[in-house]
Design a protein around this ligand. Structure first.
Ligand code: G6P
Length: 640
């Protein structure tokens, strides 16, 4: 049986990312403030910290100090646009809300940006998630004479609340009635002119938490927004709402019953969210990799019992284990594909991998003695969460491999293994990817040990291999970083498209390499199995399509890769290889080679990852791209 770990109070300083986000619908961030200080500063700062979650428009609303007028300012584009507008306003208040958006319902225009207001500008709402029945609600409201100015589902909330506040005698009765009319997953914060000292916070499936300050309270979809202001946090239970003033919080269930409040103490140093001397978070996170990988391994070694308990896998379960099933999205899926080799080779367990976004639409064959592992940096990706729920609906235990201990996935699954990578802010995943690989490598060995397939000495050796690969990752970047920026980035930023090739663990790694380049430089790249080149994609090989080939240490696979390199050269392709020291045959064939120190064969992707990421980073920088917040993307995609 898997055991679910429950921590009442947990305290994390560096290395523990503790992020919350929406469950479904708009992948946005919301914050709110009520207290004795002007709210503008906190709201804008809180939004800045969460902006990487969504950044195509933003908005701010507050009740002015005089007359409690509702001031609402919205801006299209990144948060800076909003900041400029808000900071130009002389007006400020003690109660305010803010929002950054990643559009789902309606384009990223100013009109669609939150907050949304009711007909008479008496209240404003910011919202994460999706109101599934917004269309029918809107029709009813329009029939009653309500006027809408946006295409969003959120605006409906403002009007429903307007109606309920007129109808009901108390605020809590209004919210109870309001939520009974809503379908979907949502978190929202509202402020009202008639209640100038109050915020309403409502949560169904989309996380929302309240930070308890000294004569001030904070509300946010992710407590990172108020990290450093307070360490006392109330994670709102699912299907609950709170009436928040600067002095008090009243928490209710959706029937209007008062709930007890479980306050957690979480210490997160705001410094962990700074980028310090680095130009971009991505660069900082690329450089952090050796340190966090080693730290993660040390954590696993030094906290063996706790880690094992949190995994929730009993000795019986290990003994009976017949298969492993890994699933995730994007980069996490690539890590799963690499991890597949670990479990099959090291544990002799047939292992499947699934794209969580496809999972629910495929036939599902429950495996009673299977180990189901969700892989997700954020622990909030909606597709992955839905896959978890489907598996759990079959009464099968699921484990989460994630970077975020307070995530929904950790709460909803039966066990977890933490990546300990520290906050990953850049949208393109780097250190989460390498710690995912390292953690899967460790887990596969640990299961092999528990099954009696390897000795404790071999386990210790595997842990050393991880640390050595982390060193090699660092050396590789150091070796090439100057030339990469000065020469190679200039040259390769001119390319229109790239092909990334690999075999074995190198194939999913090639897909990750291509994804990195696409995400941040907008240059098209395709990750492809090198052996498949001759079956079609070779038609694309020409001088304008550089081919990036990742080598392998296995002699048989290496020779096949040399043959693939020759196929490229025979077609006058431009060949870039990431090869290991001593692989001269391949290196000589290449137009450009990056030579990397040797590591344990299955850890090749880990060793090459830093330089592969730095390659994409340097090209994107050369092109002047917005590296930390690439267009159209969001860090945690909380919509299906
Ligand atoms: C988004 C991000 C990707 C990430 C994927 C999965 O698409 O832009 O960088 O790999 O989500 O995220 P997760 O948090 O579940 O690992």
């Amino acid at each position: 049986m898997l055991m679910r770990g429950f921590q009442k109070t947990f305290s994390i300083v560096f290395g523990g990312t503790l992020l919350l986000s929406t469950f479904s619908g708009d992948a946005c961030s919301i914050v709110g403030y009520v207290g004795g200080k002007y709210c503008k500063e906190f709201v804008l700062k809180g939004l800045s910290r969460l902006e990487y979650r969504g950044y195509d428009s933003a908005g701010f609303a507050c009740l002015t100090q005089q007359n409690h007028d509702l001031l609402c300012i919205r801006a299209e584009g990144k948060l800076d646009q909003l900041k400029k507008k808000v900071l130009n306003e002389a007006v400020d208040g003690f109660v305010g809300i803010g929002h950054t958006r990643w559009a789902t319902h309606g384009a990223a225009t100013e009109a669609n940006a939150h907050p949304h207001v009711d007909c008479h500008n008496t209240l404003a709402i910011v919202h994460n998630g999706i109101i599934e029945n917004f269309f029918s609600l809107k029709e009813q409201l329009v029939a009653q004479g309500h006027q809408f100015v946006s295409q969003t589902d959120t605006e409906v909330l403002a009007h429903v609340l307007e109606v309920e506040l007129q109808k009901q005698l108390t605020l809590d009765a209004a919210i109870v009635d309001m939520v009974s009319k809503l379908k979907g997953a949502y978190a929202f914060i509202a402020l009202m002119r008639d209640k100038p000292d109050t915020l309403i916070a409502v949560r169904k499936s989309s996380p929302l938490c309240i930070g308890l300050g000294n004569h001030e309270n904070f509300v946010a979809s992710d407590f990172l927004a108020f990290a450093g202001k307070t360490n006392k946090i109330l994670f709102m239970p699912d299907e609950s709402f709170a009436v928040v003033t600067k002095q008090a919080i009243a928490l209710y269930d959706f029937k209007g019953n008062l709930l007890a409040q479980e306050i957690k103490t979480i210490d997160v140093s705001p410094a962990t969210y700074e980028k310090f001397e680095h130009e971009h978070y991505m660069l900082k996170e690329i450089y952090e990799q050796p340190k966090v990988i080693k730290k993660m391994v040390d954590y696993y070694v030094n906290n063996e019992q706790e880690v094992w308990k949190n995994l929730g896998i009993s000795p019986d379960q290990i003994a009976q284990l017949q298969s492993v099933h890994l699933f995730g999205c994007g980069t996490s899926w690539h890590a799963a594909r690499i991890g597949q080799f670990f479990f099959e080779i090291l544990c002799g367990l047939p292992t499947s991998t699934s794209l969580a976004s496809e999972f629910r639409y495929m036939p599902f064959f429950p495996k009673k003695n299977g180990l189901y592992v969700a892989i997700s940096q954020s622990g909030e990706t909606a597709d992955t969460l839905e896959a978890i729920r489907l598996i759990k609906a079959h009464e099968l235990p699921v484990m989460t491999l994630t970077n975020v201990v307070s995530s929904t996935m950790v709460r909803e699954t039966d066990g977890h293994l933490l990546l300990k990578a520290g906050p990953e802010i850049a949208v393109a995943s780097t250190k989460a990817f390498t710690t995912q690989i390292a953690s899967l490598y460790w887990l596969a060995h640990r299961i092999a040990l528990a099954k009696g397939l390897i000795t404790p000495e071999r386990m210790a050796q595997a842990e050393q291999e991880l640390k050595q690969a982390a060193d090699v990752l660092e050396e590789a970047i150091e070796r090439y970083k100057v030339d990469m920026v000065k020469t190679y980035a200039k040259k390769y930023s001119q390319a229109k498209r790239f092909m990334y090739l690999g075999r074995h663990v190198g194939y999913p790694f090639a897909m990750e390499g291509a994804l990195k380049l696409k995400e941040i430089s907008y240059i098209f790249a395709q990750g492809y199995p090198a052996g498949e080149l001759k079956h079609g994609s070779i038609a694309l090989v020409d001088l304008e399509t550089p081919v990036v080939l990742f080598s392998h240490l296995d002699p048989v696979i290496y020779q096949k890769l040399v043959a693939n390199a020759q196929e490229v050269k025979a077609r006058k392709g431009h060949l870039i290889v990431f090869a290991f020291e001593g692989q001269d045959e391949l290196i000589k064939l290449a137009d450009q080679s990056f030579i990397i120190g040797r590591v344990a064969p299955l850890l090749e992707p880990l060793a090459m990852a830093g330089l592969m990421q730095f390659f994409a980073y340097s090209i994107a920088k050369e092109l002047g791209c917005d590296i930390d917040k690439p267009r159209n993307l969001a860090k945690a995609v909380t919509v299906e």
